[in-house]
Design a protein around this ligand. Structure first.
Ligand code: GUN
Length: 281
């Protein structure tokens, strides 16, 4: 078993982004990222703070817009519109989940696709599916980068994705397919789940249930990617029962320090890509 050190891979990528940021700044362009957060959900606050820290450390222009839990949908849409029109902003991220009285789809649809660094706009998702250039969703794209970095061949492998969320499971399946994997997506209604996951050469767990993946679900020598970030008794744990599963795997990501740092880095990667495109306009 070998650990995939997401933190170290992310740090290397950030060095490259930092260099590119300096070069862009010399040409008069500072990559700008706006993060919008509605309400005080502690997990969202933590994620947003990490994103802000990363943007600052890379020398980006970074803006955080905090709105009250009770803000109207109209006011949020107006803010997105202002950010769409703001020349200094190259990337806009609206942290999810949004309060129930706000239609999240409407808000995501209102983000200028050229600034949709989360890759959540339906047009970007469509482009990703057909293989056109698009901003790719950060978590699944970060996982592909990790696998590439570790020299894991994806082509022809059986990849099993546990979970079918719009943010992780579905785009993960699309990106693995684009890399020529044979992909199976499993979810809460899947029958014979263990038999299927046990066939996986690459197993991606994104179900949001602590310790869900047990050794009997994992093939000897599999590559296991744990997307879960669950807080249990004040500790962060993944969707994989790490201690019991790790020795069956050839490669496995830890939680924390695995997928998480890559997600944030890919957001920065998308933002600088957006700034570069803008320069070329
Ligand atoms: N909430 C949980 N993960 C994410 C993410 O990657 N982007 C946004 N905008 N919200 C999230």
């Amino acid at each position: 078993m070998k650990l995939i050190d997401g933190k170290a891979i992310a740090a290397k990528m950030k060095e490259d982004i930092k260099r590119e940021t300096l070069a862009l700044k010399e040409q008069g362009v500072t990559p700008g990222l706006a993060v919008v957060i509605v309400g005080g959900d502690p997990a969202s606050q933590t994620y947003v703070a990490s994103k802000e820290r990363a943007a600052d450390s890379l020398g980006f222009y970074s803006v955080k817009k905090e709105l009250d839990q009770g803000v109207s949908e109209e006011a949020l849409l107006k803010l997105v519109q202002e950010l769409n029109e703001d020349e200094k902003i190259h990337g806009i991220l609206v942290q999810l989940p949004l309060p129930d009285h706000i239609d999240a789809k409407k808000v995501l649809n209102s983000i200028d696709i050229r600034k949709d660094v989360d890759g959540f706009h339906p047009e970007n998702i469509g482009k990703m599916i057909i293989g056109d250039e698009a901003f790719l969703p950060c978590t699944p794209n970060g996982i592909i980068k990790m696998l590439e970095y570790e020299g894991v061949a994806i082509k022809g492998k059986h990849a099993v994705v546990l979970g079918r969320s719009n943010i992780v499971g579905k785009p993960m399946a699309a990106l693995l397919l684009a890399e020529d994997a044979t992909v199976t997506v499993c979810h809460s209604k899947t029958r014979n789940l263990k038999e299927i996951t046990a066939l996986a050469d690459i197993l991606v767990a994104a179900v949001g249930i602590p310790g869900y993946v047990t050794p009997d679900m994992v093939k000897e020598g599999a590559v296991v990617i744990d997307v879960g970030i669950n807080r249990v008794e004040g500790r962060l744990v993944g969707d994989v029962d790490f201690e019991r599963v790790k020795d069956k795997t050839s490669l496995i990501t830890p939680v924390p320090g695995g997928v998480g740092p890559m997600t944030i880095t890919m957001l920065m990667y998308n933002t600088i890509e957006s700034a570069k495109r803008k320069r070329e306009d």
